[in-house]
Design a protein around this ligand. Sequence first.
Ligand SMILES: [Zn+2]
Length: 272
Amino acid sequence: MNNKVIFVMIDGLNYTVAISRMGYMMHLVENKLAWLYLVKTELPTLSKPLYEVIMTGTPSYINGITNNMIVRRSHEKSIFEIARVNGLKTAAAAYYWFSELYNKVPFDYVNDRELYNEDMNIQYGKYYFDDSYADSHLFIDGEILRRKFNPDFLLIHPMGIDNIGHKFGGNSKEYKLKANEIDNILSIFIDTWLKDGYKIIVTADHGMTENFNHGGTEDDERTVPLWIIGENVDTVKDIEIPQLCIAPTICKMLGLKKSEKMINFILPGLRL
Ligand SMILES: [Zn+2]
């Protein structure tokens, strides 16, 4: 039987604030229930390019999603597509760019807000388009999809931290409070997800600088955390991993063959 995976991708969460402000996640790490890695993201450190990097395991110069203004479907094989073609169920509670990349363009604000179609790569989707959409509501959107459709692969993608980072900067008290908030939300769901047989990855697409932005190569925009929970992992500490290894790792966790373009590298220490 294949494993089921919940993939939480927190938009705009930098490594430093994640490990200093997310006490619940670090409690899991301290007790060897979660394993923490440091991800060095691909470039550019922008949202849409990195959604595509994470979901297809290909860099921007190959996949062509080089900035946020490109509005078209992905040309690459995504985790969603590989899972669907192999008979697994896919779902996402995510920003509407995910529907545009992997389902259809342009996004229809009324009809695509909730989009259920088993022929689409993301078969069960709830999408938001307001960057200030509450993370609490977004996680409930994901939980509704999980309980209703029992997906094998579920993406949950909150935007709250990125949104606050653009207003106050990645070293502000507002940004740090938001990291606490998301840590609290995760503490509500993770136990239930584990009991229901899910493996969980929590990471971020990119970080945030203290100058209210991202897009460059500085550490605070380019280093993000990755926690894996519910898998057998040999002890790892301070391991830096490339972002391109996330897609092949998730394929492996789902019991699927990675695409040809994905790199031959999964999370170090992961026993699968
Ligand atoms: Zn942003």
